[in-house]
Design a protein around this ligand. Sequence first.
Ligand code: FE2
Ligand code: FE2
Length: 148
Amino acid sequence: MATNLAPVTKVSDKLKEMLNKAIAREIQVSIQYMWQHVQVIGVKGIAVQDQFKNTAIAEMKHAEKIAERLWYLTGTPTTKPDPIIVGESLQEFLELDVKAEEEAIVMYKAIIDLAQKEKDVTTAFIFKEILEDEEEHHDLFTTMLEEV
Ligand SMILES: [Fe+2]
Ligand SMILES: [Fe+2]
């Protein structure tokens, strides 16, 4: 019966829309950081090249995790990233990335709040874990920016 296929957790369209916004930005930063890794210039840049790559991979894993959750909640994950801005210098890369992480932190706190209101414990849990990563990324990029 069809009811057997229904998700255990039912959530609002608003929450599903927010998960899709989160996916759009995870794809965005995943590409943004990877292209910064590729395009990084100068001695200081080479020293931190792997940080961009490793963070890009972490963001793609977030996109996967959120997409799996959204799919389970009967939503269709978007394939469209938010606008990607790579930047033209190491300083500009890092300024853009600090801003991107700040936006993620604000957005993911709002998702956690709404998921908790809707008693979707799993989505709240997933985003608490991701939020911890984003705070680490924010700290990393902020520290790197101080050294530029
Ligand atoms: Fe992320
Ligand atoms: Fe991040």
